[in-house]
Design a protein around this ligand. Structure first.
Ligand SMILES: Nc1ncnc2c1ncn2[C@@H]1O[C@H](COP(=O)(O)OP(=O)(O)OP(=O)(O)O)[C@@H](O)[C@H]1O
Ligand SMILES: [Mg+2]
Length: 251
């Protein structure tokens, strides 16, 4: 059974059709990477999945639960919040709350839903576990400005995981980092992949995508130009645009 199924997803900004009918599905435990040149619609697709943008047409289902279809485009705030629960989001700019410590950043959202003191304690314990898993056991009480970019990004990953999303989405998680810090973030994402965390990763790190992904989507001009295993899409692309894109990157 597919954990995520997207069908015919379309999104316009003004008269500009940015997503022109995107369809794909993924299985639980898979890592799917999305490649594509600047402006091809990768971020817009992730934002639609997370209901940060409302699509114009198409459907989004998680675990066969239809979250979005064109006729329910006017979702209520409550529905949107509920839908968002299925997805965790890690952005290029880590977007941590500067006034809160690493641990507070991680537990803030889950704590809002806690119904008892015991639940709050469990959330704090889980937050500490997640930060430890991210290699940040010594940094839990540090504020974002006291952390490196790579450490901040790992806090952001722990924060997304704290809400136990069905699918964890990354939008170029390392493009704001220098190469040394990039490595430490890619390492934790690789570890999550080996533990079969379901992930969608928009990235320009082609070598990383090849190594970590079960499936690759190459987007071009708002459509999926090519989709397949890393061997198919990266090593033996059949689409001319994919070939051109990869040639530019490998230059
Ligand atoms: N809120 C918006 N209003 C108007 N146009 C938008 C909006 N968001 C995105 N666009 C346009 O949609 C197109 C696709 O943008 P998107 O950010 O999805 O591309 P991308 O593939 O993520 O690119 P990059 O690799 O540079 O991040 C661009 O032409 C962009 O200008
Ligand atoms: Mg983008």
């Amino acid at each position: 059974m597919a954990i995520l199924e997207v069908n015919g997803l379309k999104k316009k900004f003004d008269d500009d059709e940015i997503l022109k009918g995107i369809s794909f599905s993924m299985e639980k435990g898979q890592t799917l990477s999305i490649l594509g040149s600047s402006g091809s619609g990768k971020t817009t697709l992730l934002r639609c999945l997370n209901f940060l943008e409302v699509p114009d047409d198409g459907t989004i289902s998680v675990n066969e639960d239809l979250l979005f279809f064109a006729d329910n485009a006017k979702l209520t705030d409550v529905q949107i919040r509920k839908n968002r629960h299925h997805f965790g989001m890690v952005f290029q700019q880590f977007n941590l709350f500067p006034q809160y410590t690493a641990l507070e950043n991680v537990i803030l959202a889950p704590k809002l839903e806690a119904k008892s003191k015991e639940e709050v304690n469990e959330i704090i314990e889980r937050g500490k576990e997640l930060l430890t898993k991210m290699g940040l056991s010594e940094k839990m009480d540090n504020y974002p400005h006291q952390l490196s970019g790579g450490q901040q990004q790992r806090v952001a990953i722990a924060r997304a995981l704290a809400l136990s999303p069905d699918i964890l989405c990354f939008d170029e998680p390392t493009s704001a980092l220098d190469p040394e810090l990039t490595g430490e973030v890619l390492k934790v994402i690789k570890e999550l992949a080996s533990q079969h965390t379901t992930m969608i990763i928009v990235t320009h790190e082609i070598g990383f995508a090849r190594e970590v992904s079960d499936e690759i989507i190459f987007m071009d001009g708002g459509v999926i130009a090519e989709q397949g295993t890393p061997e198919q899409v990266i090593d033996n692309p059949s689409n001319e645009r994919t070939k051109q894109f990869l040639a530019n990157y490998l230059k």
